[in-house]
Write a protein of this length. Structure first.
Length: 135
């Protein structure tokens, strides 16, 4: 299944990909058609987006907050994974960083490391750093 939004200019496009048995896909196509989603599409927008040399920013929000986040960021171009709330974008406003929940981090550490063997959580460590396996 694919449920994505993308923009390469002033308009926003939605792309859906259907999966399942032939009967399930036929039913999904009927439902999508009823919603006005009946134009054939490809995933070329993905290749085009990543082929540009400009730096890409990333935001991750609850899927229910995706549209509000796009409205707040106002990106020039974007590809958004609507099913999981991940937005890759260029241009637009800088996102406000959220403060680290230090009291929660401390309680979790105390619960799972009562002897203090592990290092304390460093709030300055970015979760998009290579330490977490994200290039």
């Amino acid at each position: 299944m694919v449920l994505e939004l993308y923009s390469d200019g002033p308009s926003c496009n939605i792309v859906i990909g259907l999966a399942g048995t032939p009967a399930e896909v036929a039913w999904q196509k009927d439902v999508a058609s009823g919603l006005g989603l009946n134009l054939p599409a490809s995933l070329n927008y993905e290749r085009q987006f990543w082929s540009l040399p400009a730096a890409v920013e990333r935001a991750s929000v609850l899927p229910s907050r995706l549209i509000a986040e796009l409205e707040a960021i106002q990106p020039e171009t974007f590809v958004a994974r609507a099913g999981n709330g991940i937005i890759y974008y260029r241009g637009g406003s800088a996102r406000k960083s959220t403060p680290s929940p230090e009291s929660l981090n401390r309680r979790v550490k105390e619960m799972f490391d009562p002897k203090g063997i592990l290092p304390t959580f460093d709030a300055t460590l970015r979760t998009d750093s290579p330490v977490f396996g994200i290039p």
